[in-house]
Ligand binder design. Structure first.
Ligand code: TYD
Length: 202
């Protein structure tokens, strides 16, 4: 059985990654999945994680994200890949490093070690970073939709964006940076070009 392909979309809130991830999954008959929250346990964790009225420390936040991820990897992603099904995930391990590490200031080395513990060998073939300036992403956000992360300040989102760019620059074999500031057709074409090695001809 040929193992499925594993593609991840990352980016700041309102970068357009969810739209692209769903489109790519449809185009390639892959399973769309997301973090946090795409399992029964994860849905409970997501409720707490996004509730801006329930304060928690950055370390607690990190550990709940990782609990969601390890369960997601073990019960959804890994079995699908092993059965030959491809996966397109809206967020994965790099979200923890970018948001909790670069954004909230959790120790990066400890966070990486904990992330390794959570995902084991279940690593993406490629991660697409949809990069958009934070100002553009903010304009795209709905005014009345402010969860714990969306209500964070601009400096926080600038750190998250810079963190993503650093992660991508450090491992060019596994990352592609796509400019997400254009319209849907432009971004879609750039994403498809970036995925040409994973899905040749498609
Ligand atoms: P998501 O549902 O992808 O929201 P959006 O579509 O608005 O980007 O993710 C919810 C929030 O959770 C988002 O603000 C990013 C945050 N998050 C982290 O801080 N760390 C993580 O490890 C993950 C997976 C998400």
């Amino acid at each position: 059985m040929t193992r499925g392909r594993f593609v991840v979309f990352e980016g700041v809130d309102a970068s357009g990654k969810s739209t692209q991830a769903r489109r790519v999954a449809d185009d390639h008959d892959a399973r769309f999945t997301f973090e946090p929250g795409d399992t029964a346990l994860g849905a409970e964790l997501r409720r707490w994680l996004l509730d801006a009225s329930a304060p928690m420390s950055p370390v607690t936040e990190s550990l709940l994200m990782l609990a969601d991820r390890s369960h997601h990897a073990a019960t959804v992603i890994e079995p699908a890949l092993a059965a030959g099904q491809s996966i397109v995930s809206d967020r994965y391990w790099a979200s923890s490093i970018a948001y909790q590490g670069y954004g909230r200031g959790v120790d990066l080395a400890l966070l990486r070690a904990a992330t390794d513990l959570a995902i084991g060998d279940c690593r993406p073939d490629v991660t697409i970073l949809l990069d958009v300036p934070v100002g553009i992403a903010n304009e795209r956000r709905l005014r009345d939709h402010h969860d714990r992360f969306e209500s964070a300040d601009v400096a926080f989102h600038e750190r998250v964006r810079a963190g993503y760019l650093e992660l991508a620059a450090d491992d060019p074999a596994h990352w592609r940076i796509v400019d997400g500031s254009g319209d849907f057709a432009m971004v879609s074409a750039a994403v498809d070009a970036a995925l040409a090695e994973v899905w040749p001809g498609g």
